[in-house]
Design a binder for this molecule. Structure first.
Ligand code: FAD
Length: 352
């Protein structure tokens, strides 16, 4: 009997986890990833609740745990740098926190032997018919698949092609932010410093590499428009938001310009009335991003991918039953996480 063919767009967290379970359930899996190689993002992600069961089921818990950032907590400071409070490690680091690049690398390694990974490519068109999905790519030849999954993040390509434009499903939480790293001139050791300002938050921490300090500068914005602009404009907006603030801000703003790992993003949630259409389903941030402020995105990606594969397995691959069952199971969990994301965004100066 021929194995059913599944195509997944996105090789970060949800994509490889879904690939792992589908492959174990008898699918031929291809993962197409826009980046030229396994991604090497700088920030850390954490795990909570049932996400640990997924890591254990994949026999990856010990391997992932080896990269625990072991953050010890965060000190809140005022404009003069004086301490005004303390946050426990769990506030930002959950029950286990690891650099995202390590997680992505481990998930890729665990699946690369059995899954066909295609880097540096992207889907350009898809059309569904009774027995499959026809897909066209930027570079490789067009193909036919039984099922297609969008695991390609908050600005999902599959969602745009198969469900509709971003404007209709993205909910901006009123804040955007820049992140970059700089030498650890403050000598932070597995600790963070948080300076909440008017409509801004500056968060600095060091973990993993003791010589580097990761800097996150967030501020209130009316829309995610800046995400589509170039770095010069993004930096200008960060400077304007933090203008006149004391403490380490003038120095950090100077450092930002030379940073070679500068990144920029807005806090958005994905709110869709349906996570699947015919033979196409969304998983992780692509379908139901809860925003970085929720601290739940990675757990959702793991749990969502596992649930989606599970329902396909228990229905003998009947996507018409499996996809709605996946959605029914996960909706309450996602609603709860999205509420957390909105609440935290408001605390940090957003306008959710
Ligand atoms: C600054 C920041 C801090 C965060 N902190 C935390 C945290 O502390 N805890 C936490 O749990 N979560 C955190 N998150 C969120 C977390 O990273 C995501 O929720 C999680 O990675 C979702 O995984 P995913 O696989 O669904 O999507 P992503 O990790 O976004 O992966 C999407 C993948 O799809 C690829 N892709 C995009 N477009 C295409 C295309 N056209 N074709 C092919 N591939 C494509 C991308 O290159 C990427 O590899 C944070 C996010 C950010 C931005």
């Amino acid at each position: 009997m021929t194995r059913p063919k599944a195509l997944i767009s996105g090789a970060s967290v949800a994509g490889p986890v879904l690939a792992y379970f589908l492959q174990h359930n008898g699918y031929d899996v291809t993962v197409v990833e826009r980046a030229a190689a396994v991604r090497d993002s700088g920030y850390a992600v954490d795990f909570r609740g049932a996400a640990f069961d997924v890591l254990r089921e994949m026999k990856l818990f010990d391997q992932v745990s080896e990269h625990n950032t072991r953050m010890r907590g965060t000190t809140l400071v005022d404009g003069s740098g004086a301490e005004i409070g303390q946050l426990p490690a769990s506030a930002f680091a959950g029950e286990l926190e690891v650099p995202k690049r390590e997680l992505t690398r481990i998930l890729h390694q665990a699946t690369a032997g059995d899954v066909d990974y295609v880097f540096g490519d992207s889907i350009t068109a898809l059309s569904q018919h009774e027995s499959g999905v026809a897909v066209e790519f930027e570079h490789r030849a067009a193909g036919e698949f039984d099922l297609l999954f969008g695991a390609d993040g908050v600005y999902s390509n599959v969602r745009r092609l198969g469900f509709g434009p971003d404007d209709e499903v993205l909910r901006h939480l009123g804040m955007s932010g820049a992140a970059f790293s700089t030498p650890n001139y403050l000598g932070l050791d597995h600790r963070g410093l948080l300076r909440p300002g008017p409509d801004t938050a500056a968060y600095l921490f060091s973990c993993g590499d003791p010589d580097r300090l990761t800097v996150s500068l967030s501020f209130a914005t009316a829309s995610p428009e800046l995400d589509r602009r170039g770095r010069t404009e993004q930096e200008r907006a960060v400077r304007a938001a933090f203008a006149g603030q004391n403490w380490e801000l003038p120095r950090l703003l100077d450092t930002m310009t030379g940073a070679d790992d500068f990144s920029f993003g807005s806090s958005c949630q994905v709110q869709l009335s349906q996570w699947s259409r015919g033979r196409v389903a969304l998983v992780g941030d692509a379908g139901y991003c809860a925003a970085p402020t929720s601290g739940m995105g990675t757990s959702q990606a793991l749990i969502g991918a596992r649930a989606l594969a599970h329902h396909l397995a228990t229905t003998g691959g009947d996507h018409k039953t499996a996809f709605p069952a996946y959605e029914t199971q996960l909706r309450p969990y996602v609603a709860d996480n999205q509420a957390k994301g909105r609440q935290a965004a408001m605390t940090l100066g957003g306008a959710a």
